[in-house]
Design a protein around this ligand. Sequence first.
Ligand code: SF4
Length: 417
Amino acid sequence: MTNPNTSIYIHIPFCKHRCAYCDFNTYAGQEDSIPAYVQALINEIEFVGQRAEQMNIHTVFFGGGTPSLLSAPQFDSILQALRSAFTFTPDAEVSIEANPGTISPEKLKTIREAGINRISFGVQSANTEELRMLERIHDFFTVIEAVSTARKAGFDNLNLDLIYGLPEQTPASWQTTLQRTIDLHPEHISAYALTLEHGTPFGRWSSKGLLPLPDPDLAAEMYEYAEEFLESKGYVHYEISNWAKATAENRTQNAESNSSFLIPHSSFVCRHNLQYWHSLPYLAFGAGAHGYANGYRYSNALRIKTYIERLIHPSSFIIHPFPLSPATVNQHKQSLKDDMSEYMLNNLRLTNAGVAESDFRLRFGRGLLDVYPKEIEELVNNGLLEIKTTEVLKTSVVYRLTKRGRLLGNQVFLRFV
Ligand code: SF4
């Protein structure tokens, strides 16, 4: 393994309002529990930190939910607990997800000073009707204001999240959303297709025929438009749903390394998410948070009340090996087969980098074609995977999704499960 660094995910499961399409582990109307929740998080961080060996933390991600509902002092106390329990690398990326309607200049300034250096706004659309349909609490003017406030507070690494393939969304409306998004000059853009999740109001309305289903062909067209448009505006498409702005220096590096076959450089790739896509370890704290470290995949109790109870009054009879905690409710020791399969699923998401034969061999001691000969042959023959020989590492080949494979990613991933 070439990267010894570890990442940390912290889940903040509070929202002002539950959006109709959302199936995340988050709850509206429970903000009264935030102080107790923050204390429980600190307890969990201390508990796991005491059992951890020396490890360098190079990314932290506050996700949700709506992390921006926490106050600046609450962020500060969580960050202090993290710094006491673990060693941060000097250039650690510390991200927060924020809802444009839940920030203030003072809060952003204070959390920036506390060490949070990347902010991700859930924008979803620039169209008022679409935002209303999604039951978001903001409009696009609030987004413009939020971006300006974040810039003034010193954030120079900013992501905007978008959703496409909405019911009744037109290509023109999607194109306007993309244009208005890049007009705000974010360093990073994520664009995900809407999925109708079972158990959400959108899922129920759609099964009763009350919500027109998003047209999959139209959604595919919107994705292809985003690929072309964002690349033409200087964004590197480095993961199926993620684009990062390339600086002038990055463009020179890309030209010199002929890196169309490798990961094109961008200083603004989300290093935290790359940790997931490279199948590298991350610790997880908070209700329903999922982690991967020390050979375990594990997850915590979903409910806020249960999570708090388990950490305020932990049972002293149960032994928790690192990285598990009293909040852990699911744990699975990974087999070599699990690890190889997840490695394929995660790394194939990286549209340019893909899976390098040499990296796979280095990590697992076996050749890719020895482990997945049939799967790879079939996917290449069906035009979903392509083989590239890198210019720099002439001895190694890279397997990556074709343009068609990106649209049919789930079919590809299933072959490795
Ligand atoms: S704000 Fe985000 S996390 Fe909260 S309910 Fe809406 S989509 Fe879900």
